[in-house]
Design a protein around this ligand. Structure first.
Ligand SMILES: [Zn+2]
Length: 305
């Protein structure tokens, strides 16, 4: 384990290693209702107001050291959501938030501080892939003004629909001056690996980071497939599920579009059948760090058993 860590956190690239490392960054701790995480037959309003069982909700994002530059998958939450009175514009949002989540955040949970703790300057981030526009995934964009911010076209369209804030998409913290938003559209492919998906977006053009539409948590949610010689393939699914095991069992969370969640879950499971060893990683899964370190442990020299 120690050896692997040393190797993965090394800064030297070799041409063979397009991706040198994938790291899970902890960007805060929260709690959510049990019904929110594991699903419930009760309507959402019931568990929001009457639910009494809170479960831990780790907040995480991912740092990819690609040969072309540093890439973030999501940017965490802005701790100002707790300290700044007017962070959420709408009174209804300010009323509901503490009934849906309990946040345990400090200033150190802001992405620039978290990156500094990982030995990386926020100003060195070249790109951030935003899985979806919820406040706990876009909260760090102000700290990386130089970075391209990739979002799906469909997710971006939510900003033009009535009341995105009711879906916890806070325009005032997304459409900020200087933010380099780039909308991603998915290109149909005849690669049988991606059968069932509406299309793909190959970020670097080298097949190492491929975006896939996986709607359900939000209409424009997307996942990222990471492939590097010597590693197990890894699929970062954002909030498509709160835990990989739930997605694998077809258990739905307490929020989102049921039909879309079922369809995306089925596509991801089919992808896993075609890509043996695929490691599925959910942003709020407790085991993210452990499974990522296991998937990236093998070296390019090692052979399949
Ligand atoms: Zn989230």
């Amino acid at each position: 384990m120690a050896d692997t860590q040393t190797e993965l956190s090394g800064t030297s690239f070799t041409p063979e290693r397009t991706i040198a490392s994938l790291r899970v960054l902890r960007v805060g701790q929260a709690e959510q209702h049990r019904e929110h995480r594991y699903g419930s037959r009760m309507p959402q309003l019931w568990w929001v107001f009457l639910g009494r069982h809170w479960v831990p909700l780790p907040l995480q994002c991912f740092l990819i050291e690609h040969r072309d530059g540093l890439v973030l998958f999501d940017t965490g939450i802005d701790p100002a959501i707790l300290s700044e009175e007017g962070y959420i514009n709408q009174a209804i949002g300010r009323f509901l938030l503490p009934r849906i989540f309990r946040f345990h955040l400090t200033e150190r949970d802001r992405i620039d501080h978290v990156l500094a703790g990982a030995g990386v300057a926020a100003s060195d981030i070249r790109m951030a892939v935003i899985s979806h526009l919820h406040f706990d995934h876009v909260g760090g964009i102000a700290q990386i003004p130089q970075a391209d911010l990739l979002v799906s076209e469909r997710e971006w369209a939510i900003l033009s629909e009535p009341h995105p804030e009711r879906e916890w998409i806070l325009r005032e913290h997304i459409e900020i001056p200087g933010a380099n938003w780039r909308q991603v559209s998915f290109t149909p492919t005849d690669d049988p690996l991606f059968d069932g998906f509406e299309g793909i977006h190959d970020i670097a053009g080298d097949g190492t980071m491929i975006l896939l539409p996986t709607p359900g948590h939000t209409p424009g949610s997307m996942s990222m497939l990471i492939r590097q010689d010597g590693w197990d393939p890894i699929l970062l699914v954002g909030d498509l599920t709160y835990e990989t095991a739930l997605l694998e069992q077809g258990v739905l969370p307490g929020t989102g579009d049921t039909e879309a969640l079922l369809a995306s879950g089925a596509k991801v499971r089919r992808l896993k059948e075609r890509l043996p060893g695929l490691t599925i990683v959910a942003s709020h899964d407790f085991s993210a760090e452990e499974v990522v370190s296991r998937a990236t442990r093998r070296t390019p020299q090692s052979t399949e058993a």
